[in-house]
Write a protein that binds this ligand. Structure first.
Ligand code: HEC
Ligand code: HEC
Length: 157
């Protein structure tokens, strides 16, 4: 019993360090992933998309959203494994479950900004003026609005 109450105390301390509604992801520390995927934009979290999406997105890095993100075959395998292992339909974190809500696995989203969770949280009408702000390159530029995005914190405020 002592152990359980100690754990509960530890968890409540943790909860106090995050804003009530913040959605959180484990920060990406793997230097290979940061080198391969963090050069042109933030290093996106695998838990935001299911395996089917990552397989498609990472199948041809030479044709990546209009950019050439070619990797060596070994690195490409490494990156694919990393994203598949932590995908939204594999992980059971609160955030992963939220990002799976409404996903059609037969027609998986081909980007984070078209995933149901993103669309639900960022309505076009409400955010048009924000998207147009000079410092926001595109919807993909999470950190322009979520300053702690790369640390895995997306606040609802
Ligand atoms: C050479 C530059 C470059 C590299 C390297 C790169 N990307 Fe991208 N990526 C882009 C561009 C450009 C876009 C489109 C961004 C936009 O629409 O503003 C993009 C978009 C994305 C998106 C969709 C974002 C959205 O809007 O939902 C994902 C997911 C993504 N990249 C994952 C990766 C992963 C994983 C890697 C590592 C293998 C990677 N990228 C490496 C240039 C790059
Ligand atoms: C132009 C500014 C802007 C950009 C760019 C942006 N967001 Fe947001 N995001 C917001 C705002 C404002 C909210 C709060 C919406 C609400 O409360 O319903 C939000 C809410 C969220 C939430 C919900 C947080 C919660 O606890 O409910 C998540 C998750 C999120 N954004 C992820 C992303 C990701 C991932 C990207 C990049 C692919 C991104 N956002 C890009 C402005 C932005």
């Amino acid at each position: 019993m002592l152990k359980i109450s100690t754990l509960a105390a530890a968890l409540s301390v943790f909860a106090l360090t995050l804003p009530a509604h913040a959605e959180s992801f484990t920060p990406i520390k793997d230097p290979k992933i940061i080198a391969a995927c963090g050069e042109c934009h933030m290093t996106y979290f695998p838990q935001m998309l299911p395996q089917a999406s990552w397989s498609k997105i990472l199948s041809d890095p030479s044709n990546h959203f209009g950019e050439d993100a070619t990797l060596t075959p070994a690195t490409q395998d490494y990156v694919l494994n990393y994203y598949l292992n932590d995908a939204a339909d594999v992980q059971s974190t609160r955030a992963a479950k939220k990002w799976m809500t409404g996903v059609d696995l037969k027609n998986p989203p081909l980007s984070i900004s078209t995933a149901p969770r993103f669309v639900q949280k960022h309505s076009e009408r409400e955010f048009t003026s924000m998207w147009n702000r000079k410092n926001v390159k595109s919807k993909s530029d999470c950190a322009a609005c979520h300053k702690d995005a790369q640390r895995g914190i997306f606040e609802d405020d």
